[in-house]
Design a protein around this ligand. Structure first.
Ligand code: BG6
Length: 469
């Protein structure tokens, strides 16, 4: 639909930016913090840094939040490291960890920045992983215990909680991200059991939030992307339906309606990965209701039919690139789209399509909690001329305006990332931030911060409430 006039962003639109604890904080073993699965990785992709120092945000947070204040952010999305709060995942509370996030939240509030807290972003406590991780239902209780601490400690200051970041990517691409990759002959049986257990944990956490923090709102934060059929062949359309049911709706249907969609369920039956559902689980899932939907969007995917009988999929492929499931769908390149330097397709119009699809299906307010461009930024004369990133953001923000005019309720935009950090599996070299952090893959240099061109651009966008993109 071509609109003759686009609607404005809402007056109280949450102009935000995002990070996650293990990718930005560093201080991996300081002040009582326990090890997470990310700290415990024994092998990293060749030539990439570990997460021990990252952007050293733990020691630079006051300076970093001051930068975000200067940029004019209305919100800042960060995650809380579970092992800073409970070092072994379900034992004693670490007071210094609890205090750190009080200081971080207070710093945000002092600049009128609304903290948006992700409760769990890929960093399961390693001690829990050793006991089976999400295969073990006691991890559900551990997550609840951790959630309760977060709600009790921060609930009076935090209006927006996000439960689990990209649970769908943890299941589909766990080996690449460094979360669980499953084991045994049928890894999918194990991974979809973990998935079910995580969904139950999420539902219980949402209920608890509503009980303990009447003034806060909570929602899930998967990675959602519309899926195109490669052609008008009906078989390709079916493949696109399959992939969207498995990749997108499985997670959001469970969070919002508490039901497995029929296509995803028949897929689980087909690959012998139906999870064991305990008595009471479905009731818990049906009763829990998110207040909004948060989702991360990088790009759409395009698939064609695949009728191969063998199932040879593992979870080590890149989250936006490895799209294949024998007999179900097969990813193809979309010739209509440009790509980032890291091969991810760029699809702003697909962003509008995704926003419309999510809103039509769930009818809940939406906040976009990640979107951004990973690039080989170069520091020159104390800045980075990242006009390519500005172009990317302009186009995506334009499509949000189109979607808002279409009637989609979008209340915030939190691009990835607020400051440079360590990417999930491609190191420091793949940069996303509005603020450059002076370090290389293995040379920590001085970790000094520099404002990129996109910093000044986003500041102006926020000042003008997105009126002159
Ligand atoms: C999302 C994650 O999947 O994409 C982030 O929530 C991640 O943690 C971001 O950093 C970009 O991916 P990558 O692999 O480039 O770091």
């Amino acid at each position: 639909m071509r609109h003759s006039k686009l609607k404005d962003f809402p007056k109280d639109f949450l102009w935000s930016a995002s990070t996650s604890a293990y990718q930005v904080e560093g201080a991996w073993n300081e002040d009582g913090k326990g090890m997470s699965v990310q700290d415990a990785k024994t092998s990293l992709p060749e030539g990439t840094s570990d997460f021990k120092v990252a952007s050293d945000h733990y020691h630079h947070f006051e300076e970093d939040i001051a930068f975000l204040g200067e940029m004019g952010l209305k919100a800042y999305r960060f995650s809380i490291s579970w092992t800073r709060i409970i070092p072994d995942g379900d034992g004693k509370i670490n007071t210094k960890g609890v205090q750190f996030y009080h200081k971080l939240i207070d710093a945000c509030l002092s600049y009128n920045i609304e903290p948006i807290v992700t409760m769990y972003h890929f960093d399961l406590p390693f001690e829990l992983e050793k006991k089976g991780g999400w295969n073990n239902r006691t991890t559900i209780d551990a997550f609840l215990k951790f959630s309760k601490i977060l709600f009790e400690q921060y609930g009076s200051k935090v209006k927006y909680f996000l439960t689990i970041n990209e649970q769908n990517m943890m299941i589909l691409h766990g080996a690449a991200i460094g979360t669980s990759k499953g084991s045994g002959i049928n890894i999918w049986k194990e991974l979809y059991q973990q998935n079910h257990n995580m969904l139950v944990a999420q539902a219980k956490a949402m209920e608890l939030c509503h009980k303990l923090c009447p003034n806060s709102k909570i929602g899930p934060a998967p990675n959602i992307a519309s899926i195109y059929p490669a052609s008008s062949k009906p078989e390709d359309y079916l493949a696109a339906q399959n992939f969207t049911a498995i990749r997108n709706w499985l997670y959001l249907d469970m969070a919002v309606f508490g039901r497995y969609n029929s296509t995803a369920w028949s897929y689980l039956e087909e690959i012998d990965a139906v999870p064991k559902i305990e008595e009471g689980d479905m009731e818990i899932l049906r009763n829990a209701k998110p207040d909004f939907i948060a989702f991360n969007y990088y790009n759409t995917a395009t698939v064609k039919a695949n009728n191969d009988a063998k199932k040879v999929q593992d979870s080590s492929g890149d989250q936006q690139l490895a799209v294949f499931e024998a007999g179900v769908f097969e990813g193809v390149q979309n010739p209509n789209l440009e790509k980032t330097e890291f091969g991810w397709e760029i699809d702003p119009v697909g962003f509008r399509i995704t926003l419309r699809e999510v809103y039509d299906r769930y009818n809940l307010p939406i906040i976009v909690t990640e979107n951004g461009l990973g690039a080989f930024d170069k520091l020159e004369d104390g800045t980075v001329h990242d006009d390519y990133r500005i172009e990317y953001y302009k186009k995506h923000l334009h499509e949000i305006k189109e979607a808002i005019t279409d009637g989609v309720k979008v209340f915030g935009y939190s691009p990835w990332s607020a400051i440079d950090l360590v990417s999930t599996h491609q190191g420091v070299t793949k940069r996303y931030g509005f603020i450059y952090v002076n370090r290389d893959e293995f040379d920590l240099k001085d970790l000094k911060r520099y404002k990129k061109d996109s910093f000044y651009w986003y500041k102006k966008v926020i000042e003008e409430n997105g009126n002159n993109l």
